[in-house]
Write a protein that binds this ligand. Structure first.
Ligand code: PRT
Ligand code: ZN
Length: 294
């Protein structure tokens, strides 16, 4: 394969991870132009391009060297590792796309631990993770591998239980299934091959990782700006969520008045804002934080 100068990242073309991926890269300060066929995004400015593909293809594309990095659910990375297909490394957890791979059984089936699955048929799209989980729990069951629509297998009579991804639980409930055990907690992760490129692309990777850290660190956090009497500062700081450290600035020409700024890790609900105001805050601003540069 021709050596490449530019870093290439594989991301899901259309699916649950697509939008949050673009949002993350945008917050990292990367801008792209999409190719006419919609398969490629050319980086404007930084030497970073995107390849838009199905999430299942991402580990293989990295293993083949077609892409350097990729963003997938940890479920995809772990299934790949369990299948011993490719040696990938997880470079960062990205704090979106949270879900869990669980064992679910029909609502009326008794369940007293993995042993209850003995000799049953379990439908899944994650046969390798399920195989490892069953053997770790000393359970001998039959694995029925399905590409999709796993949740309807028990009703169709093609399986007795399932091992599938769950987020809200609504899909399980709609199919009269209940979650009984957890195989894996998942979220989106940035992955790369076990050995990262040592050429110029390495600089782009380092830069990207630093920017991702800055974005992930402040995700969901808010910058609080307010004015108050100096005497109220202690009371105000006491009601700030997450006990952030606050910066207090003297206001010109207004002795006894200060400006306070604090980075709050959590979103501020109206009850909290009310408490902050009651503690003596005036001119209260709550600002979203795009990224932090360390
Ligand atoms: O076309 P392509 O192959 O790229 O997409 P895909 O259909 O394989 O994947 P997609 O877009 O559905 O999911 C991509 C990734 O999002 C997954 O690999 C997970 O890491 C993550 N993710 C987060 C989820 C869910 N939440 C999720 N709820 N993936 C799938 N689901 C499905 C689940 O399989 C079940 O059918 O949603 C249903 C359950 O959702 P709840 O909310 O009803 O519990
Ligand atoms: Zn897929």
């Amino acid at each position: 394969m021709m050596p490449r100068e530019r870093l290439r990242i594989a991301v899901q073309k259309s699916g649950r991870l697509s939008e949050p991926c673009f949002d993350l890269l945008d917050r990292c300060g990367l801008r792209f132009r999409r190719s006419r066929d919609g398969l490629f995004c050319y980086g404007d400015g930084e030497p970073v391009d995107l390849l838009l593909v199905r999430d299942d293809d991402i580990p293989g594309l990295i293993a083949q060297g077609v892409c350097d990095l990729g963003i997938v659910g940890r479920n995809v990375l772990a299934e790949n590792a369990a299948a011993r297909q490719t040696a990938l490394q997880c470079l960062r957890s990205l704090a979106f796309g949270a879900c869990r791979l669980v064992i679910a059984v029909p609502q009326d089936m008794a369940y007293a631990g993995g042993g209850s699955l003995a000799r049953l048929r379990i439908a899944t799209s994650y046969p390798n993770l399920l195989r490892d989980w069953l053997s770790a729990n000393g359970v001998d069951a039959e694995i029925v591998t399905l590409a999709g629509s796993v949740e309807i297998a028990p009703r169709l009579g093609t399986a007795d239980a399932i091992c599938d991804l769950v987020q809200s639980g609504a899909t399980l409930a709609a199919n009269q299934l209940r979650e009984v055990d957890r195989v894996l907690d998942s979220e989106a992760v940035l992955v790369g091959s076990a050995t990262l490129p040592a050429d110029g692309r390495r600089d782009a990777i380092e830069l990207l990782l630093r920017r991702i850290d800055g974005v992930v660190r402040v995700r969901g956090s808010r910058l609080l700006l307010l004015q108050a009497a100096r005497a109220s500062v202690e009371a105000i700081v006491a009601v700030l969520p997450g006990a952030p450290s606050a910066t207090v600035l003297q206001m010109d020409g207004q002795p006894g008045q200060v400006m306070l700024q604090a980075l709050c890790a959590d979103e501020l609900g109206w009850r909290q804002l009310e408490a902050i105001q009651r503690a003596g805050a005036r001119e209260l601003f709550v600002l979203p934080v795009e990224r932090a540069l360390a």
